[in-house]
Design a protein around this ligand. Structure first.
Ligand SMILES: [Zn+2]
Length: 59
């Protein structure tokens, strides 16, 4: 049975202390999110084995 990847994950922007959804890019290689307040960008690359955590934080 094929595992369906999630369309988005929840991410936390420490800069402005907000949670947003990071959506899968069209290549399905990473989730991308933008901070709604300062427009900071966060990219979460999906590893080759398909593993990713539920939540991520901006560096
Ligand atoms: Zn921000």
């Amino acid at each position: 049975m094929k595992r369906t990847p999630r369309e988005f994950v929840g991410v936390y922007f420490k800069c402005c202390r907000v949670y947003v959804r990071a959506y899968l890019n069209k290549e399905k290689t990473a989730f991308v999110a933008y901070c709604p307040k300062c427009a900071g960008k966060m990219t979460i690359e999906i590893r080759a084995d398909g593993s990713e955590s539920r939540f991520f934080q901006a560096q």
